[in-house]
Design a protein around this ligand. Structure first.
Ligand SMILES: Cc1cc2nc3c(=O)[nH]c(=O)nc-3n(C[C@H](O)[C@H](O)[C@H](O)COP(=O)(O)O)c2cc1C
Length: 310
């Protein structure tokens, strides 16, 4: 079987060093199974399932369909503490090989996860938080660069990945705008051991996103993405046309939040997040076909690099 190996992809038992990144509301169990069968690490936030019982059921469903590795995203401060605890216990019980922690301190989860041999990945946008997460026991740090879907950083990937790598003992995972194999080659060249792709997988057949959302992703340009804290108070990237008028770049933050609240539970459900990688996602396809494309493009990119000549 063809493989692309890095130390971290080997540790996780992956065929290719790619993660189908967790996405609030739209990642689902179908994506996890398709990703696993395509040789990459699928994931979803546990809270994408409405209740703990539904989450357990989803874990059972996944386990019946694949024995390959996958990950669950535990959104620490966004999840009710009792639910977080129950979901984590279920991850242990079902032998989930990896957890992705975000929005909080991963130390308690990391300590217990390590007793069970689970790998803990934690996402950050700054070195300061990366160092803290490393001290808390994270096995790898996901560096979320400028232009990423969801809560993105502002540092260029050209700097973020080598900078994190220089200062950390643990491996770095590259996140932000990666939609093609060319970018995977660049990310690995910059020192990352896995690539973490969200936006590209919104435009997958298995993804639970609305068809209009998928269509905006495959027809999008970088200019369609707006970086704003007007939706939740934390900066994130959104498809501009789904933001309420007053949340656009010209509006002040208070007005934007008022507009969002007036529209009831619209936040994240109808206000659609995506990163600048929309520019390179051109077709809705099954996850297996996206992975084939990325691997082919990666191989072509490596071959196309000019060697040093005498
Ligand atoms: C719609 C959407 C929802 C997201 N929700 C989450 C989430 O619940 N938890 C999380 O850790 N990251 C979340 N993210 C961030 C992704 O896991 C990942 O960091 C990001 O998509 C990578 O950048 P890219 O979209 O440019 O590939 C979300 C991203 C998107 C696009």
């Amino acid at each position: 079987m063809a493989r692309i190996r890095t130390p971290l992809s080997e540790r996780l038992g992956l065929q290719y060093p790619i993660v189908c990144a967790p996405m609030f509301i739209i990642s689902n169990k179908e994506m996890i199974v398709a990703a696993a069968e395509a040789g990459i690490l699928g994931s979803m936030p546990s809270i994408n399932l409405r209740s703990h019982a539904a989450f357990r059921e989803a874990l059972g469903w996944i386990r019946q369909r694949t024995d390959r590795p996958f990950a669950i995203n535990l959104t620490i401060k966004l999840t009710d503490p009792e639910r977080l605890q129950q979901d984590f216990e279920a991850c242990i019980e079902f032998g989930v090989p990896a957890v992705i922690t975000s929005y909080g301190n991963p130390s308690e989860i990391a300590r217990r996860a390590h007793d069970r041999g689970m790998v803990v990945l934690h996402d950050v946008i700054h070195l300061k938080h990366a160092l803290k997460a490393q001290e808390s026991g994270a096995d790898a740090i996901i560096g979320v660069a400028a232009g990423a879907g969801g809560h993105a950083g502002t540092t260029s990937p050209f700097v973020l990945y080598p900078y994190l790598r220089e200062h950390l003992r643990v491996p770095v995972v590259a996140a932000g705008c990666i939609a093609t194999g060319r970018q995977m080659a660049a990310s690995l060249a910059l020192g990352a051991e896995l690539v973490y792709m969200g936006t590209r997988f919104i435009a997958s057949t298995e993804c639970g996103a609305d068809e209009r959302y998928k269509s905006m992703v495959v027809n999008g340009a970088p200019e369609d993405i707006e970086y704003t804290d007007g939706v939740s108070g934390v900066h994130a990237n959104f498809l501009r046309q789904t933001l309420p008028g007053s949340a656009s770049a010209t509006a002040d933050r208070g007005a934007a939040q008022d507009a969002v609240q007036k529209e009831g539970g619209k936040k994240w459900k109808d206000i659609w997040s995506a990163g600048q990688g929309v520019a390179l996602a051109r077709e809705v396809k099954p996850i297996a076909a996206i992975v084939d494309d990325v691997v082919r493009e990666y191989t072509e990119a490596l071959r196309a690099l000019p060697p040093l000549e005498d």
